[in-house]
Design a protein around this ligand. Structure first.
Ligand SMILES: Cc1cc2nc3c(=O)[nH]c(=O)nc-3n(C[C@H](O)[C@H](O)[C@H](O)COP(=O)(O)OP(=O)(O)OC[C@H]3O[C@@H](n4cnc5c(N)ncnc54)[C@H](O)[C@@H]3O)c2cc1C
Length: 466
């Protein structure tokens, strides 16, 4: 059946710029963890002007649009709904520009450039973009979700490293905010409206990022700890003594590690028996080994900690890549282990042990068959509290169990410990209810006003912030 919008889009973007067949659409319609829908078509503009033309055409036809980056988001925000009426606006062809200003230590980059592509381009110049994670997102998607990642402790999140952006608003107006300055206090810094707001105010087509010198050496250790308090003691000691070079502090629970070793037979088990928690500690520096031997520094410091902590810890020094592989395979291994209900929450990090214990106690009391497979960025107070149903043994989680469990855990985090129900994955249909519940009414009013200005037809995205 002919569709005037699709025909106009093909005229504007060319046949490569629009996908309509079910097989071509499939990878854009299914989210990484949550989210599945049906798209009217996939528009793939290759320039800012084409993004603007796409949004103008969609506005003329009253079509709703969901921007999509690499589709690695974890809250179902990058896929269309089930109506078959939404256009997916994929940025994957807007990926040519990577312009480094080495002396300024900044880079201008297209919104559809992948993180890996950016880092490959920066490598020969001795730089990298240090917002680092186990997925390979696009820069525009990273801005829209304000990606955190495993080295936030040292380098901050996307917001912290973002100097400027170019955005196309919902009706096709182009807002250029391509600031390249680190110091520029000249009123409203409007780029922040588009950071972490999941694309509902506009489509990010370009960004100016500050980049960091690539570390010349790293040293990594796994420290097995008996309980969460010992993990926090270790973190405080390392920050006090080695804060300048501490670049990551990630924590994996026994159950999360067990899933990795079950599904990744190639990975070596670093501990004879798995501890309750293992902290992955990484030091990084641009100094050469002749000036500072990081491996020796880490071994000495952890040795003193081991002496003081006695048998509550177990230190394994070794191949950093191997330890990071364990960490980065958790998500995938859990998916293979059963059906997962995932929580990306944060609390003040001093509360992490108590919070985790409360969740364990709740499960033991009311849902003993559900396994807690937690891991995450303890250095930033973030934890991925994944609940796992072993499908072969106990089947899938019933909808009423999910409906009962979700609000209890979010309540522990938000009301019990002053935490967040979405530490780093942003807002999407998966957690819209909790946005509605926990966001102050005045913030929602402000978001509604901004939405009227940025996206007058209220047609962008699958989330409501106002
Ligand atoms: C294995 C794995 C590990 C992960 N680890 C982390 C982690 O450590 N830390 C972390 O923060 N996240 C993590 N994530 C989540 C995810 O990778 C990030 O949220 C990422 O930033 C999403 O980028 P994307 O390009 O895939 O965006 P998508 O998933 O395509 O989209 C995400 C949201 O951004 C919007 N959007 C996408 N592109 C644009 C654009 N150009 N303009 C406007 N809006 C846009 C979409 O509409 C959607 O709302 C992980 C995901 C996976 C699968």
């Amino acid at each position: 059946m002919s569709d005037a919008l699709v025909d106009n889009l093909v005229r504007q973007l060319g046949p490569r710029g629009v996908l309509t067949g079910p097989e071509d659409r499939a990878r854009f319609e299914q989210g990484w963890r949550y989210g599945q829908g049906i798209a009217r078509c996939i528009a793939r503009p290759a320039s800012t002007a084409e993004v603007a033309a796409t949004l103008r055409l969609c506005a003329e036809h009253g079509a709703r649009v969901v921007p999509q980056g690499a589709n690695t988001g974890l809250v179902a925000a990058s896929t269309p709904d089930a109506s078959g009426q939404m256009v997916v606006l994929s940025l994957e062809r807007l990926n040519q520009t990577i312009e480094l200003d080495a002396a300024a230590r900044t880079v201008l980059v297209d919104g559809g450039v992948l993180l890996s592509q950016l880092n490959e381009a920066l490598r020969p110049h001795g730089f990298w973009f240090p917002v680092d994670l186990g997925a390979d997102p696009q820069i525009g998607g990273m801005v829209a979700t304000n990606t955190g990642g495993t080295r936030l402790l040292r380098y901050g999140d996307v917001r912290h490293n973002l100097l400027g952006i170019e955005v196309v608003l919902g009706d096709g107006r182009v807002l250029s905010l391509l600031n390249r300055l680190r110091k520029n206090n000249t009123g409203l810094d409007a780029k922040h409206l588009f950071v972490g707001t999941t694309g509902v105010f506009g489509v990010v087509t370009r960004a100016v990022l500050q980049v960091a010198p690539r570390p010349r050496q790293r040293a990594v250790a796994l420290v097995g700890c008996r309980d969460g308090e010992t993990v926090l003691q270790l973190l405080s000691t390392l920050e006090q003594d080695l804060g300048d070079v501490l670049s990551a502090f990630e924590v994996m629970s026994e159950n999360a590690m067990a899933a990795v070793f079950e599904h990744q037979p190639g990975l070596r088990r670093p501990f004879a028996s798995l501890p309750r928690f293992a902290a992955l500690v990484e030091l990084g520096t641009t100094l050469p080994a002749e000036s500072l031997d990081l491996g020796e520094l880490l071994a000495t410091r952890l040795g003193s900690f081991l002496d003081a902590a006695g048998d509550s810890i177990d230190v394994v020094m070794g191949n950093g890549d191997e330890f990071w592989q364990i960490r980065h395979h958790i998500s995938e291994s859990l998916q293979k282990s059963g059906k997962m209900l995932a929580f990306d929450v944060s609390v003040p990090r001093s509360r992490l042990p108590a919070f985790t214990r409360e969740v364990e106690a709740l499960l033991a009391r009311e849902w003993p068959q559900v396994r807690l497979c937690d891991y995450g960025h303890w250095g930033d107070g973030g934890t991925h509290l994944n609940l796992l149903w072993d499908e072969a043994a106990i089947g899938r989680p019933a909808a009423e169990v999910v409906a009962a469990l979700q609000p209890r855990i979010y309540e522990f985090a938000v009301q019990g410990h002053g935490g967040s129900y979405s530490a780093e994955h942003g807002i999407g249909p998966h957690n819209q209810r909790y946005y509605d519940l926990y966001t102050a009414p005045l913030v929602k009013q402000l978001a509604a006003l901004l939405g009227q200005f940025c996206d007058p037809g209220d047609r962008l995205g699958t989330v409501r912030l106002g």
